[in-house]
Structures are given as C-alpha cells and as structure tokens.
Design a binder for this molecule. Structure first.
Ligand SMILES: *Cc1c(COP(=O)(O)O)cnc(C)c1O
Length: 474
C-alpha cells in the first residue's frame, strides 16, 4: 500500500490540526514560518510510528539485501561509524566556535587528509567538496588556476568514451573544451590513440582506473609519461578506487589530481541524494591552489589557515560534510592497512566469481580478468523486444536491487554489476539464481518481464519526467 504523508492523514475525522503556539518571540518578521507549515496534524504516537515504519518498508537498502549497482560501491556501512558520528561531542559543535574548543574536530579533518594522502599517493587534500562531481569541478578549477599562474593557455580536456558523464560535464563547467577519445578493442585507453590528441593546448586527461568496464588501464604509466611530456596533467576519477585500494595508488601511476567518493570506497551511506563527500587530492605543485581554509598543525595546536594567496577560494561552506568525514575516518582506522587491502582483494574476487557464473548465460563483451565490477550486455534480447530496463525491473520482483543499466555507453544494453567485498558467497549465489530465473523467463514468458515490476507498489515511472520536473516538496 502507498503510504501518504503525515499531512494527508488529516482527512481522518479524529485528527485535528495543532497550531504552533502563539508566543511573543524576538524573531524578525521575515524569518517566521507562514502558511500550512505552521499547522501540524494531530496524530497519536502509534500513528506516527506506523507511518515511518511503513515508509521504511517501501525502501530498499544495503541493509535489506545485495545492492549490485555498478560504479556505486554499495557496500555495508558499519554501524559503529554511525554511532561515532552521533556522539554529542560532534553533533553539538558549531563551525563558528573558536578553534581552541574544536581541536578534536580539526584533528579529525587533519588526520583524514593525511590518511587519504597516504592511500592515494598525493601530497595535499581538501575535504570540502560534497560529492564526486563536486570534487571533479574543484580539481578542474585548480588545474585552471595552475595553468593561469604558469601563463599557459590550455583549454582542452581529454576524456575517454567510457567515462562517467560527470567528467565532461565538470570540464565544461570549468570552462574547458572536451575532446573524446575512443577505447580500443580491449576496452582500454591506448597510448597510440592518445598521442594524436596531446599537444600544447592539452590541460588534462581525465581517467578512471580501473575504468568503468572494471578493467585496469594497463598502459597508464605510458599515458602519464606522454601527457606530462606535453605539459598536461592527469586527473584520476576515484569512483572505482575500491578495486585497487591498498594495492596500488593513483599517485604512483602518475596522476596529479584525484577525487575520491567517501560514499563509495569509504563506506559512508549513500542513496536518495543524501550527504556524500568528494575529497580532492593533489600533488605538491598544485597544493597552493587548494581551497581555504586548510587545517594546519603547529606545536600541537590545530588551526584554520587562510594564508594561501593562490587558493581558488571556498567550494563549500565551512569544511565539507563533517559527519560524513567522521564516518570515513572511523572506517579507515577500523580497517587499517591490511583491512583496506582486503577491500580490493575481496571485491575483485567477488566480481570475477560473478563474471564467471553470469558469463555462462549472458554476453560479456570485454571478457577479461576484471577488478571490482564488470559489464554484461543484454543486446541479444532486443529481438524479443526485451531491454536491459525490463530485466532490471523484473529483478525487483525477485527481491533484488538491479545493477546499473545503460552505463558505460560503449556497451549496448549495458548491465553493470558490482557486488562489493561485503557480500557472502551465499548472497552472490542467490543473486545469480535470481538473475538466471529472470533470463529464463525472458525466453519463455517475455510479457511478465516487460510488465515488471508486478510485486511492487511503484510500477514503471517516467524517468525523464522524474528528473526534469523534480518535485521535492509536499
Ligand atoms: C559516482 C561516479 C562519479 C560521480 O560521483 P558523485 O559522488 O555521484 O558525484 C563520477 N565518476 C564515476 C565513475 C562514478 O561512478
């Protein structure tokens, strides 16, 4: 049953509106809430509890079942991270408090920056950006300021055709022109192709490694060499760090700028547009351009340092999404060096196991040893009138969140599967069985697949309308 909002419950005869109390407040007129917001429906505690419990049952999250949404690293978020982020000592502080009262918070920011430098092989980090795409924009603005400072006019950003859409979008927002390069038959970026695009107008090349097919860019060292030779920079889209964390580092591969998605690799919950975090790291020559304030440590005292004249300025109020930072810090400290390495090892093992099993009944166009994810193609079902979307929707009926579909763009009817390291063999097997069932149904009973989901209160939605005419308010 569809659960309405609490305000819609007013229709029941017994509920009355409660007016907010009329007290004399010294609040300026313009800050007072007006209209329907000042009226709350009068409901019993039980009605409110049922409302939120029913709403939560309409949701699907990693706490329900496997969430194999490719490129998103939907892994288990340890509850201890939440408990730590909820401590009064964190929740009750305010960014305007004097530095001497928030030394602990500043220490977390400082130490998390150092940890991320160590993990990625970078020299400096900012924790301000609130998502991966925001980190990309920050990195591109830093590159722009860097070239301006060097009095070099570089306006081109090279992006492979396998890239996430945010890469070219961020480059354009930062005022660059995008040059697209094709991946080769291995699904990789090849130095011989890149060579033709590199020149004195090249500002950056943006790469994801492992790339969005889940494949490691084997020629990365040569690509880095060629790019640096013409004076360009390498940008690392860190959304896929899960496949290599603790084993190799973007800094060692030759990357100059890196963004991470704490809400992917570092296990802070995401979904529903909730708060994320997209820290950005750079090599030494770019450190002066990082956003301010930066947390510095002198004689055991942490302080906010604004004295970086070349800084691009602020990209987010205060210091970023602080409670998200606490969760990532706790996660990294909890796992330690060995634990971080096991993320990459087990996520890669899980993905290769799934690739092998699913490869028995689905086409895998770039079938090689993968990292933490792989991409199948459902294009052979097109002749039956069935698309990746239909298979995805039918998986919902079987109780599973679908994989990512139609991305990356270089695979037709793409079905991008990322199990993550936190799934057991049993849960991987259950996913394979459900997917196999759906694929068999597509053969025998295609209509049931085309009409899916049947078992869910929300059926097919108009996704274009949903994103273009967003209605976020009741
Ligand atoms: C998720 C993702 C991004 C964008 O990150 P957000 O945190 O969603 O802004 C960029 N590139 C790749 C490959 C991604 O998977």
């Amino acid at each position: 049953m569809l659960e309405g909002s609490l305000f819609e419950k007013k229709r029941s005869k017994v509920t009355k509106y409660v007016d907010t109390p009329k007290v004399e407040l010294e609040i300026p007129e313009r800050f007072l809430r007006r209209g329907s917001l000042s009226k709350f429906p009068s409901l019993s505690e039980l009605e409110v509890v049922r409302h939120f419990t029913n709403l939560s049952r309409l949701n699907y999250g990693i706490d329900n079942n496997i969430y194999p949404l490719g490129s998103c690293s939907m892994k288990y978020n340890p509850k201890i991270n939440e408990s730590l982020a909820e401590l009064d000592e964190f929740v009750d502080i305010h960014p305007y408090m004097d530095e001497e009262y928030v030394q602990g918070a500043l220490k977390i920011i400082y130490e998390l920056e150092r940890l991320l430098c160590e993990i990625t092989g970078m020299d400096g980090f900012t924790l301000q950006p609130s998502a991966g795409a925001h980190g990309e924009l920050t990195g591109l603005l830093i590159a722009k300021a860097y070239f301006k400072d060097k009095k070099e006019e570089r306006d081109l950003v090279i992006v492979p055709d396998s890239a996430h859409g945010t890469n070219p979008a961020s480059a354009v927002m930062a005022g660059f022109k995008v040059v697209e390069v094709k991946s080769d038959e291995r699904g990789l970026v090849s130095p011989s192709t890149i060579k033709h695009f590199l020149n004195d107008r090249t500002a950056l090349i943006m790469l994801t490694n492992p790339n969005t097919l889940g494949l490691f860019e084997e020629d990365i060292e040569e690509i880095a060499y060629l790019t640096h030779k013409v004076g360009g920079l390498l940008y690392y889209d860190g959304a896929n760090l899960n496949g290599i964390v603790g084993i190799t580092r973007p800094g060692d591969m030759g990357f100059d700028i890196v963004h991470l998605n704490l809400h992917k690799t570092f296990s802070t919950p995401h979904g529903g547009g909730g708060p994320g975090s997209g820290p950005l790291g750079v090599k030494d020559s770019l450190v002066p351009f990082l956003p301010v304030p930066r947390v510095s440590l002198k004689e055991g005292v942490y302080s906010l340092d604004y004295d970086f004249p070349k800084s691009i300025g602020k990209v987010k109020c205060f210091y970023g999404n602080f409670t998200v930072l606490i969760k990532a810090y706790s996660y990294i400290r909890l796992l330690g060096r060995e634990g971080l390495r096991s993320i990459a090892e087990i996520s890669t093992l899980n993905a290769n196991y799934l690739q092998k099993r699913i490869g028995e009944f689905l086409e895998i166009p770039y079938k090689r040893l993968c990292k933490h994810e792989f991409v199948a193609s459902l294009k052979s079902f097109r002749s039956k009138g069935i698309r990746a979307l239909d298979i995805a929707k039918r998986l919902i009926d079987k109780g599973f969140h679908p994989p990512t579909i139609y991305f990356p763009l270089i695979v037709e009817e793409a079905f991008m599967i990322e199990p993550t390291e936190t799934e057991s063999l049993d849960s991987l097997n259950r996913f394979v069985s459900a997917l196999r069932e759906v694929i068999e149904e597509a053969d025998i009973n295609p209509d049931i697949v085309k009409e899916a989901p049947k078992e869910h209160i929300i059926k097919r939605i108009d996704e274009a309308k949903a994103s273009r005419m967003l209605k976020v308010k009741w």
